[in-house]
Design a protein around this ligand. Structure first.
Ligand SMILES: [Zn+2]
Length: 280
């Protein structure tokens, strides 16, 4: 009897520990084929990005696969990226226009139309100094409007926190906070009362730029398309970064391509890696 009681105690402790482990985390190998996002069709997926290029670099491959499979991909861009040029002749206004055109060109390569790109228009580098309450509301309202089956965003809580780029930290935390706010109608009650937007729970999130990835997408068949899209961000690569020129030379393109290949290679494959988190 005492042995049985002891066994019950052990089982109870194990059950408690399982309950206390981080909820909703699923390892790559535990995701059934039907749930794997690269097999989805006819769904809505939102990609939140601090700058018009983190989406391309962080998840451009899966964005292309999703678009190709007939899913609706909505890209939400927090800033207009109007500071990142070393060209002393460049102005912020001109750079914002260039960055918008480059993002549209990159999305076109990936199969995502301009009307699916939403610009929130914050100044580059200033996202952390914007009103977080208002910012969260904007991100939250878009979730309620588009009611996505999955959201991609920067991992809130990894390498970007140690990096100087303020917009990455803020975009990661605000997007995650917006998931929570979108679940409950009493956050921003005007969304329901004025706009008729019901709460929405994001079923699954994929975090890019993660130091704790648990999900790998094989891009071997589409890596060239991703890198072609990446190369559309001409102004962000040398020599255009130093002295703006709208066209990329073949030599510069090959450098971008090699850089992208190195970043994406895993064994014999080219991949994108994410931390996948299922809504508890
Ligand atoms: Zn960025």
């Amino acid at each position: 009897m005492r042995k049985v009681t002891g066994l019950l105690i052990v089982l109870s402790v194990v059950a408690l520990l399982l309950t206390l482990s981080p909820r909703g985390w699923a390892q790559d190998e535990q995701v059934a084929d039907a749930d794997r996002i690269e097999n989805w069709k006819g769904k809505t997926v939102m990609v939140y990005t601090p700058h018009p290029d983190d989406d391309t670099f962080g998840c451009g491959g899966i964005m292309h696969l999703l678009a190709k499979n007939g899913n609706k991909v909505i890209v939400v861009i927090y800033t207009n990226d109007n500071k990142g040029s070393r060209d002393l002749e460049m102005s912020s206004e001109r750079l914002a226009k260039i960055r918008k055109a480059e993002e549209e060109a990159a999305c076109e390569v990936l199969g995502i139309p301009n009307e699916n790109i939403i610009w929130l228009g914050y100044e580059d580098g200033d996202l952390e100094y914007a009103d977080p309450f208002r910012l969260r509301e904007q991100a939250c309202k878009l979730i309620k409007q588009f009611r996505p089956d999955a959201v991609f965003t920067i991992d809130p809580g990894s390498e970007h926190e140690r990096w100087h780029k303020t917009d990455h930290r803020m975009a990661a935390f605000i997007t995650k906070d917006a998931f929570i706010a979108a679940e409950w109608h009493l956050y921003y009650p005007q969304h329901l009362l004025v706009d008729g937007l019901k709460p929405h729970s994001v079923p699954v999130a994929y975090y890019y730029y993660s130091t704790e990835p648990n999900y790998t997408v094989d891009l071997t068949d589409v890596i060239e398309i991703k890198l072609k899209a990446a190369a559309k961000h001409v102004s962000q690569f040398e020599p255009s970064l130093d002295k703006y020129t709208p066209d990329m030379s073949e030599e510069a393109f090959q450098q971008v391509r090699q850089w992208g290949m190195r970043r994406s290679k895993e064994g014999e494959k080219y991949v994108e890696k994410f931390r996948r988190e299922v809504s508890p």
